[in-house]
Design a protein around this ligand. Structure first.
Ligand code: HAM
Length: 455
């Protein structure tokens, strides 16, 4: 039969109208990016390390909604801050509510502290977080409109030891990731007792030559003079260089608090640089403020934070001292790229492939599978296959860093062969010594056995 004959030619008018092709393929919104393979692996590596430390330091996780009522940030971060004035993605919902896509976590966490009655929980509350935040900034290297923050907040404790512990948390996290060329920049910006006096000194200083300031700083001088320290205009920067310093105006309590923080950093052997111009761009800070900068990139913070003893009362009817920090995940990823950190797949869970040969090998493998699972190792297998070659093919496809081979001889000897899948080298290991041997190998790839936080 002539098949073609069965197909009727459609009349011209019934032809489906092809969708009109646009000349340009669509693109991601300016300042946002797709995160692809290698970058995701580096992010996962940071996340595993961050969670390992958060877990060890006794932090619980929190995730707040991306959308908050605009008032949370306007009141929390300060209406005069650049973030609130210029950088927030704010809009009205169809129902008319004024909402904002979070430009940071801290104010939202304090909102959650009230809403979830967390003030009734044992204090201090120690919370970690990780997720996307949004700021309408001019995009450039290391500055995006959507980026990710990791961070930790401690609410309900005023002791200086916690300021130092948070610096230590972030410092250790970066160091353990291999980012070693970094410096802690630190300052104290006082409290409600001493800040007003400092503010007067600052206003008097800038007023002497106010006409030299840029338009933004003229406004800042009236609303929030400390913000002048953040201006990038050369003439404002030059004036800020000689401005009075916060540390010379601290009250006794703030002075002692700062001294204690520095003494603890000395004890921890964390080097720091006293930076009199560091005031941070958010209004809620009191006393300690700090940032960690990569060497040679002043001002390009990998993260920063400080104490915010009044934010809780600014957003509700209770008061509680607090301290925290946030790190910029994309900037940390860039640093990992700069130091050529290897891309390690399968970092989330320590993984091995278990290959077996012969009846006895298979029997012993089942037992070994469970022994490994119990200590937190994910075991991939292909027990249905008989040939070693085809099993190792699966191991390669699954990206397992190590394979364990249990044949007849190994089963009788109480041993197993450990094969490094990248180099192909093999070593026979006593079963009794297998777990410590794997622990040693996984540590090198920054995975931890039994590390449930990484699962
Ligand atoms: P922040 O200094 O505004 O502090 O942001 C923390 C970190 O986020 C920065 O040090 C930087 O690494 C990263 N970051 C900021 N903006 C961008 C951007 N546009 N693109 C890429 N990365 C960026 C806070 O957000 C406070 N909530 C920190 C804190 C927590 N204070 C007390 N607790």
């Amino acid at each position: 039969m002539n098949f073609m004959g069965k197909i009727q030619k459609k009349p011209q008018s019934e032809k489906p109208v092809a969708a009109k092709k646009s000349s340009q393929p669509l693109q991601a919104v300016k300042g946002t990016r797709d995160l692809l393979a290698d970058e995701i692996w580096l992010m996962e590596r940071i996340r595993v390390k961050f969670l390992e430390i958060a877990f060890a330091y006794g932090f619980d996780g929190i995730e707040t909604p991306v959308l908050e009522n605009t008032e949370v940030f306007a009141r929390g971060m300060g209406r005069a801050t650049d973030v609130v004035q210029k950088q927030m993605y704010s809009f009205r919902t169809k129902g008319g509510d004024a909402v904002t896509m979070r430009p940071e976590y801290t104010a939202g966490i304090v909102r959650a502290y009230y809403e979830n009655g967390m003030f009734n929980m044992p204090q201090p509350l120690k919370l970690w977080y990780w997720g996307p935040v949004f700021r309408y900034e001019r995009p450039q290297a290391g500055r995006y409109r959507e980026f990710h923050q990791l961070g930790a907040e401690i609410i309900g404790e005023r002791n200086a030891v916690l300021d130092a512990q948070l610096v230590q948390f972030f410092w250790v996290c970066l160091k353990d990731l291999g980012i070693t060329a970094i410096t802690v920049e630190i300052n104290s910006i006082g409290c409600m007792v001493c800040r007003p006096g400092y503010r007067v000194a600052l206003v008097n200083y800038f007023r002497q030559d106010a006409r030299k300031l840029c338009q933004d700083c003229k406004r800042r001088l009236k609303e929030s003079p400390l913000r002048i320290f953040e201006c990038e205009e050369i003439r404002c920067k030059e004036m800020a260089e000689k401005a009075p310093q916060t540390v010379d105006h601290l009250c006794e309590e703030c002075h002692d608090h700062f001294r204690e923080v520095l003494e603890m950093l000395d004890e921890l052997e964390i080097p720091y640089h006293l930076n009199a111009r560091l005031v941070r761009g958010i209004d809620y800070y009191t006393k300690t403020v700090f940032e960690i900068w990569p060497d040679g990139k002043p001002g390009f913070a990998l993260g920063g934070g400080g104490r915010y003893d009044y934010l809780v009362e600014t957003l509700g009817d209770k008061s509680a001292p607090a301290v925290g920090f946030s790190g910029g995940v994309e900037r940390i990823v860039d640093e990992l790229k700069n130091i050529n950190a290897p891309i390690i797949r399968n970092i989330v869970v320590p993984t091995v492939f278990l290959a077996q040969l012969g009846d006895l090998g298979r029997k012993k493998s089942l037992r070994l599978f469970e022994d490994l699972r119990k200590v937190g190792i994910r075991v991939l297998e292909s027990f249905g296959r008989n040939s070693i070659k085809s099993q190792l093919k699966v191991a390669n496809r699954e990206d397992a860093p190590f394979s364990l081979i249990m044949g007849q001889k190994e089963a009788l000897d109480g041993t197993v062969i450990v094969r490094d899948m990248a180099s192909g080298t093999q070593e026979t290991v006593l079963l009794a010594k297998l777990i410590p041997e794997l622990q040693k190998r996984f540590t090198k790839t920054s995975m931890q056995l039994g590390d449930k936080t990484a699962v």
